[in-house]
Every structure is written in C-alpha cells, then in structure tokens.
Write a new protein. Structure first.
Length: 280
C-alpha cells in the first residue's frame, strides 16, 4: 500500500519512530523469515484471485475473497481499520492510481485493475500488489501494464548493497519515460516489517546515487505507479481514492523485498510463477 510522499511524519508515528531519528531499521534472520511467510501468503492470495477477476465480478466480491483467505491462514488484513479504512484490500481500476475502495462496482470487459493486499502474519506485514486484465483489454492498456511490470523489475535489479534509493528510482523513471509514460510522484514505497509503514520512503523517480544507501537488513516495498498520461493525481472526497488528473490509465505493481549481502530477496514472488498478466 503506497504512502503519500508528504506523510513521513505519519509513517514514523505508525512505526513507533516518532520523536526519534527516523533511522532505517536493519532486520536480522528472524525478520527475513517472518517476511518470507507473510509475503508468500500475500502472493498466494493474489494467485488465488486470478480466476475470479473477470467481467461481472464486483470489487466487494474480490475483497471478500481476500478477507476469507487472510483469516483462514491465521492472519489479519492490515488495511482493515487502518486509519479508518474499512476494507481488506485496495482495488484500483483504470484511471485510479491507488487506494481504490472495494464496493458494488462490477468489473467490465476491457478494465485493468490493481489489487493491493497486506496480510499480517505472526506480526509481519506481507505487502504486495498486482495488475489484472479483465476480459479483452485493449493493446494500449496491456502495454502500460507490461511496461509497469518491467519498471518494477528493473528497479529491483538496482536493489543491492552500496546502491541508493535513487538508483532504484532512476531505473524506473528511465524505463517509463522511454515509453512516454508519467511516473507518479505523490505516492511512494516504504519500509515495512512489523510495522505497516516505516522509513525509508522509496521514491520511483530520481537521480542515481541519491537518497539513503542500501544496506543488508533493510526491508521495504517498491511499487511504481505509472500513468499513460501525466504524473499528476488527486485524492477524491472519500479521502482515499487517488486518480489521475487527466483521467489517463494508471498501473502499479508492488513487491516487498529485503536487501541481502549480494542483492535483494523478493518476499512476495508468486508461488505459481506469475509475473505480468495475462496469468496462465
């Protein structure tokens, strides 16, 4: 679940860092093991949604599946009750950038939708999101989804010790803008672990060599939001749903990762091997 770029103070409060330095936590083997289990559950939930994300299904039905699977696994949805949010996942359709609220809306043929889940398993947050194609999706939208996935994976290639957050951001921005897409600046990835949101902020557009240096033990999300049009977005009156200002399509993929001695470990990889849709 992305955070608002200006909301670091809230992140620090939520992660019990308020009043301190906001330094990035470094986790040991226990943290990595906890995140592996939580991340796998999150990925399994998204895998299980594949046959259900079809024309005619409501986003509330998707949310019901997420809630049921989360609870049956002995976990709880991190979003349920989080700062007043009332659902177990986010469902962001077409021009919705992030934080779309599940409800009575039925998916239509040609839609693209991001489903963002975060089960808390044994105190650890498995945060991930994935795009789904609904029925016969136009080539333009399919291309956006594919490039957004490529942006995420290119960013993760830069997630290794000695690099910086800016190296991840630059890889994402360069690939998106090479396709004349806009990279959302208003929301970003974040540290994650026993807390839903903590330092560092993980931007998706920036200069190489800038930002916090990556060190073994860091755990955070990378979750680029890429628009066919301009980067600008706005939050609707519900206080959650963020949409593109120009009504252009938006796509997002998210993984939770941990920095290792040699690179990064992706905690939320699909057990079924799903990358970008369509999912076989």
């Amino acid at each position: 679940m992305p955070v608002i770029m200006t909301d670091l103070q809230t992140m620090e409060r939520d992660s019990a860092l308020a009043g301190r330095s906001g330094a990035v936590k470094l986790y040991g083997p226990e943290g990595f093991e906890g995140m592996r289990a939580a991340g796998r559950l999150a990925a399994e939930i998204l895998d299980a949604l594949v046959p259900h994300v079809v024309p005619g299904v409501t986003t509330q039905e998707i949310d019901d599946i997420v809630y049921r699977m989360t609870r049956e696994a002995g976990a709880i949805p991190a979003t349920l009750g989080y700062r007043g949010y009332t659902k177990s996942c986010c469902t962001s359709i077409n021009h919705v950038v992030c934080h779309g609220i599940p409800g009575d809306r039925a998916l239509k043929d040609g839609d693209i939708v991001n489903v963002d889940v975060t089960p808390i398993l044994n105190g650890w947050h498995g945060d991930t999101s994935r795009m789904f194609l609904v029925g016969d999706v136009p080539v333009k939208a399919r291309r956006l989804v594919q490039v957004t996935y490529e942006c995420l994976m290119l960013g993760l290639e830069q997630a290794r010790p000695g690099n910086h957050i800016g190296d991840i951001a630059h890889a994402i921005q360069s690939h998106a803008e090479a396709h004349r897409y806009g990279v959302v600046r208003d929301f970003c990835g974040h540290g994650v672990g026993r807390n839903f949101h903590e330092a560092p902020e993980v931007i998706h557009a920036g200069r190489p060599g800038t930002g916090p240096e990556l060190k073994p033990g860091m755990i955070f999300t990378v979750e680029p939001m890429i628009n066919i049009g301009k980067p600008a977005c706005k939050v609707l009156d519900d206080g959650w749903t963020a949409v593109t200002r120009d009504r252009s399509l938006s796509a997002q993929f998210e993984h939770s990762i941990g920095i290792t001695e040699t690179g990064c470990e992706i905690f939320t990889s699909s057990p079924k091997g799903y990358g970008a849709p369509p999912y076989a």
